[in-house]
Design a protein around this ligand. Structure first.
Ligand code: GTP
Ligand code: SPV
Ligand code: MN
Length: 610
């Protein structure tokens, strides 16, 4: 057995004695020497520990307890206005060769970034607690899972990790047995001087979200918000994992994961990649409007996909919780989420009602009187400002989800039947189409574009290319990633059955600026068409961009024929312009752009002109 030594905790909140493998101990020792925390606390993920962290957060003013009669066990956190979303401009992929980071990432030489961080973060945990949080991405002993350890000086982050991932000291045993693990270092970058009173949301105006794929390491400085700080999420489960996945023959994707059951009682597993704030959580919890259909939730943000022993593509959700967008969530759009959020939820940057409950735009009409906005100020309804931040979020465990599928913790994962790509496009992209084949599907994924949302800094509404919804999350060269997807097709074609690939767009707008398609539960009509396609029950209409529905079940919807036409036809001129944009974007991959993608683009152009 690998020798272990007792963790050198000056104080420890864990009741049981923690022993950790030498490599983890050494790493924590080094971090402590560099970041100089007041104390080191080893976390075990227990309910008692969650209670202690919660009490700490209430005491420090980070958490406002909500009215227990309205929202039992729930809290509101307000962040600094400078720390409200992912910071893509401060997210770095540090590889020896800049080409390995590729054209879509901010590249810095690893040694240079380490040197910078050594200075910038020196002593940054002064006066604070360093929490050591061991976790598993995915069910503890699944062949698809990967372990990691995050150190953080934020109790908010440590508690969020309890909800978002499987925190467990068993992970330390697996590491001692030789499992390779991802080192995740996080500091809010706000050292406390002796006697200094802490702010409710400590952070730093300078931020570095740095990834070191060559040493399987992440270092994040300056933020406590979402993907910037909960390192198992986007930093590990996508950026680092995408690199592991390429090397090991699997896929780490920004995808929801659901089980769809038809009125015949037949189940299908679908994954869908949509950019941030483009509908994954809502899809994952959809209540189908069509009678007899059922959707069960497996994941809402990240899926890891790998060929199983039967040769078929299988998927797990590496996460254990939801960090979901609050605005727009209501009993009509997402009743499942509304039930899930009734208790034991942490809300960040939503508005507070006069009776101690939460509120956000889109939850109810009219806007309640007497709101306190996300900044903690009295909300002026005439100001035109939102009471909740547009990227305000809820944090809650998977098990709270009433539509959770029983397979959610299955170490084998579930067989994937269909892959869906989508984005937020007010024009150009029809409601649904099917790819002609795997390579064409990869081309569809590669050419996804979407209007920017509040999930990251930047101008909301601007259309940008977002291949596979992975633009901010890919840990290596985009050209190599596209080749990897093509190669996965080659593997699966031989060993098993290829999932079918679809593209959707729930967000087309009419001339008056309102959405043409009702969305949410009505999206089940689109799923019905997909299942009909999977079952070979309906023929499709060939079009230059893919296979369109010949007819879609719109019975009972208040949709005029011109809207239906706009939703299910091809606007040739708009598509041509979009292809130009996609071609220019993909050209940034230079000679790493796979020939098959160039061929799909050329073939689409030929079909458009004939
Ligand atoms: P991330 O957590 O950032 O990755 O976002 P997500 O992809 O899970 O997006 P989410 O489901 O939270 O939806 C984001 C916003 O889009 C919310 O305000 C939703 O109400 C809205 N939305 C989701 N689905 C639909 C839909 O079918 N139609 C319309 N019009 N809006 C939708
Ligand atoms: C996203 O931005 O896609 C999210 C939220 O899911 S965050 O965890 O901040 O990345
Ligand atoms: Mn996301």
């Amino acid at each position: 057995m690998t020798p272990t030594i007792d963790a050198p905790t000056r104080t420890t909140q864990t009741s049981s004695a923690v022993s950790a493998p030498v490599e983890v101990l050494e790493w924590v020792h080094e971090a402590a020497a560099w970041l100089t925390p007041r104390e080191v606390v080893w976390c075990d993920g227990s309910p008692a520990e969650a209670q202690r962290l919660t009490a700490t957060l209430v005491e420090s003013g980070t958490f406002t307890p909500l009215n227990p009669e309205k929202r039992p066990g729930s809290y509101l956190a307000r962040s600094e206005p400078s720390d409200v979303a992912r910071v893509e401009s401060r997210t770095f992929v540090c590889t020896t060769d800049p080409l390995d980071a590729g054209p879509t990432n901010n590249w810095v030489d690893p040694q240079e970034m380490k040197d910078t961080l050594r200075e910038v973060a020196r002593g940054s945990m002064a006066g604070r607690t360093l929490y050591v949080v061991p976790f598993s991405m995915g069910p503890l002993d699944s062949p698809l899972s990967r372990p990691g350890v995050q150190i953080t000086d934020s109790a908010y982050v440590a508690l969020s990790l309890h909800t978002m991932v499987r925190v467990s000291t068993t992970v330390l045993v697996r590491i001692a047995e030789g499992a390779s693990w991802t080192r995740c270092t996080h500091t809010v970058g706000a050292p406390l001087a002796e006697g200094e009173i802490d702010s409710a949301w400590p952070c730093n105006d300078t931020k570095y979200i740095s990834h070191f794929p060559e040493s399987n390491e992440i270092i994040s400085f300056g933020s406590a918000y979402g993907g910037n700080a909960l390192l198992p999420k986007k930093a590990f489960a996508l950026r680092m994992a995408s690199v592991l996945a390429k090397n090991e023959g699997w896929l780490a994707e920004h995808m929801l994961l659901v089980k769809v059951t038809s009125p015949e009682g037949k189940s299908y597993t679908m994954v869908a990649a949509f950019p941030s704030a483009c509908g994954k959580t809502n899809f994952a919890m959809m209540q189908p409007s069509l009678p007899g259909w059922k959707i069960e939730t497996l994941g809402d943000d990240i899926a890891w996909l790998a060929p199983g022993t039967d040769g078929r593509l299988r998927a797990i959700n590496p996460e254990a919780g939801f960090f979901g967008v609050a605005p727009g969530t209501s009993t009509s759009t997402n009743p499942v989420a509304m039930t899930m959020l009734e208790k034991n939820t942490v809300f960040t940057n939503v508005a507070l009602t006069s009776d101690g409950d939460v509120w956000w735009e889109g939850m109810s009409k009219p806007t309640p009187e007497g709101l306190t906005n996300w900044l903690g100020e009295s909300h002026d309804p005439d100001s035109g400002e939102a009471a909740a931040h547009p990227n305000s979020r809820f944090t809650v465990g998977l098990e709270a989800c009433p539509s959770l599928a029983s397979e959610w913790d299955d170490p084998e994962g579930v067989v994937v039947d269909a892959i869906i790509f989508g984005g937020r496009r007010s024009s150009t992209v029809p409601l649904v189409l099917e790819s002609r084949n795997w390579n064409h599907g990869v081309f569809l994924g590669a050419t996804i574009a979407s209007e920017r949302t509040a999930a990251a800094e930047g101008e909301v509404g601007e259309v940008r290319r977002d291949p596979f919804a992975m633009l901010p999350f890919l840990g290596y060269n985009l050209g190599d990633y596209l080749q990897h997807w093509l190669s996965m097709g080659d593997t699966l074609r031989v060993t098993g059955r290829l999932p079918r690939i679809f593209q959707v767009n729930w967000f087309q707008k009419g001339e008056d600026g309102s959405f043409l398609w009702p969305g949410f539960g009505e999206n089940s009509r689109v799923l019905e068409w997909m299942v009909d396609r999977l079952e070979g029950r309906v023929a499709a209409q060939d079009s230059p961009i893919g296979l369109l529905p010949k007819s879609l079940n719109t019975e009972g919807l208040d949709l005029d024929s011109s809207s239906i036409d706009a939703l299910t036809s091809v606007d040739t001129a708009a598509v041509e312009a979009d292809l130009d944009d996609a071609e220019e974007f993909l050209a940034r991959c230079e000679d790493r752009l796979p020939v098959a993608i160039t061929e799909e683009l050329a073939a689409t152009r030929i079909r458009l002109r004939s």
